[in-house]
Write a protein that binds this ligand. Structure first.
Ligand SMILES: [Zn+2]
Length: 139
């Protein structure tokens, strides 16, 4: 399921406050149009109605492809300096199950092993990589 929440955010350029949708997860199997929006860098972008400037909203984002059974998790790079952040993972880098919805445990092991990135461009590159690999293997 794709998840977004409206937040009241302030433009860093002009100080204008407006409601903006912040995405926490993109399920491209259920909402295929979100993939194009990710590629166009429209996901988690603040488009200021007043000064027209655009700002990236630096929030964690999960990309989930149920058909190809993989997911990519973006975390802001600042998370690497946060000791609490590292406690959410097992020693092998997989996601510790505590705090995750129970559906994660039953719906597929791949969900506990997202490909983790700290850069949105890298998320897009990885998705493109998986698409190309799938394409190559279909031939
Ligand atoms: Zn503005």
């Amino acid at each position: 399921m794709s998840k977004m929440t409206p937040y009241s955010l302030q433009c860093p350029y002009c100080g204008h406050t407006q409601e903006t949708m912040v995405w926490a997860s993109l399920n491209v199997t259920q909402d295929p149009e979100l993939k194009a929006r990710l590629y166009a860098a429209e996901i988690n972008r603040f488009d200021c109605e007043q000064c027209q400037k655009q700002t990236f909203i630096n929030a964690p984002l999960l990309y989930h492809d149920m058909t190809m059974q993989f997911c990519v998790q973006y975390y802001p790079p600042e998370a690497l300096d946060d000791e609490d952040f590292h406690r959410h993972f097992n020693a092998d880098g997989s996601v510790a199950m505590t705090g995750l919805p129970a559906s994660f445990a039953t719906s597929g092991e791949y969900l506990t092993k997202p490909h983790i990135v700290f850069d949105m461009s890298e998320m897009i590159r990885y998705v493109a990589f998986r698409d190309h690999v799938a394409e190559a293997n279909r031939k």
